[in-house]
Design a protein around this ligand. Structure first.
Ligand code: ADP
Length: 326
């Protein structure tokens, strides 16, 4: 295998705070090891359109504190077709890019895995998503910032809920995973939490809210995670209102504020460590793997395993959230 001289780095799929810190680390660690580093704009779309940006140390100055991604991201559905990936590979060959670091979620890793399978291209993944649902790492880049953004918003909602005796149904992100829902629920002292991993029942929720009323709770926060099986926060609120018409209810969907903003210290450090780990992995001859951090150590998980599995929620936390909400 010829030595790696020029690596490409891209961000793909949903953006997450800390992606810039990861780009910075890939660029600086690459340059430290005498590699050329090429930024690929707009994820896999940039690979297809040869949207390449040579990166220097100064190209990533002062980006560690920025949310979003300076390389920009995109969804590129046509990348699922092998003929299209062939074009991307030839564009990389032409530009002399002989390895790729992909910062994104499991969809982005599927694309990277395909490039490795089809062309033997050395590829490594860095988990960047606010959802924290990626197997092979304790935390994904962006999750810590997202939950901190969510709790500061929910704390504010709590003030209004308390002042007016209102039940707020607050929808948080997370796709099919309840990490954001459960963590924010514990951290804000929410009265109830509906997450995809746990069967939810509207009547049981109403009984629980009534139980709270009897114990003189005058307001409440119900966290509804995006992928929750009984519907969106709006739908859950409507169903509760049908059973408890006297309740005053409001719905707040936190939405994309959870994806933006300056990354937290934990996300900046995680992104820096994983960016470093990705370049070192490529130089060590590893490929088709995701770099993660488990118990403070850098670990490598084959893409096939990272894609086929999901980070499991700690079920004990569900019990803790319930006990603490009483
Ligand atoms: P995330 O990486 O955050 O999970 P997506 O699932 O939207 O986000 O995937 C990002 C991009 O990865 C897609 O737009 C597509 O370009 C590429 N991708 C996703 N799935 C595949 C696949 N099965 N094969 C090849 N490329 C894929």
């Amino acid at each position: 295998m010829s030595p790696i001289r020029k690596i490409g780095v891209l961000t793909s799929g949903g953006d997450a705070p800390g992606m810039n810190a990861a780009i910075r680390a890939v660029v600086r660690v690459g340059i430290y090891h005498n590699l050329e580093v090429i930024g690929i704009k707009r994820g896999y779309t940039g690979l297809l359109e040869k949207d390449f940006l040579p990166m220097q140390n100064h190209s990533v100055s002062k980006i560690i504190s920025l949310g979003g991604t300076i390389l920009k991201s995109s969804r590129c559905p046509q990348f699922c077709e092998s003929e299209v990936r062939k074009v991307a590979y030839h564009n990389m060959l032409e530009a002399g890019i002989d390895a790729l670091a992909v910062i994104g979620g499991d969809g982005s890793f599927r694309g990277a895995h395909a490039l490795h399978q089809e062309f033997g291209l050395p590829v490594v993944g860095i988990p960047g998503t606010i959802d924290n649902d990626i197997y092979g790492t304790d935390f994904t880049i962006g999750y810590d910032t997202a939950i901190n953004t969510a709790i500061s918003a929910i704390d504010k909602i709590r003030d209004t809920a308390d002042s007016h005796n209102i039940i707020f149904f607050v929808e948080v992100m997370g796709r099919d995973a309840g990490f954001i829902g459960l963590s924010t629920s514990i951290a804000t002292g929410a009265e109830a939490t509906l997450i995809p991993e746990v069967e939810s029942d509207i009547q049981a929720l109403c009984d629980y809210l009534e139980y709270g009323r009897r114990k003189n709770k005058t307001s409440g926060i119900v966290i509804v995670a995006e992928g929750c099986r009984v519907g969106s926060a709006t739908e859950v609120a409507a169903k509760v209102k049908e059973i408890l018409p006297a309740y005053e209810t409001r719905v707040t969907t936190l939405g994309h504020i959870q994806r933006g903003g300056s990354p937290s210290c934990s996300d900046r450090v995680l992104a820096s460590v994983l960016g470093y780990g990705a370049v070192v992995a490529l130089l060590d001859g590893l490929s088709d793997v995701m770099v993660g951090e488990i118990n403070g150590e850098i670990v490598h998980t084959p893409f096939v395993k990272a894609i086929a599995n999901h980070n499991a929620l700690n079920r004990n936390w569900v019990k803790i959230a319930k006990i603490l909400s009483m």
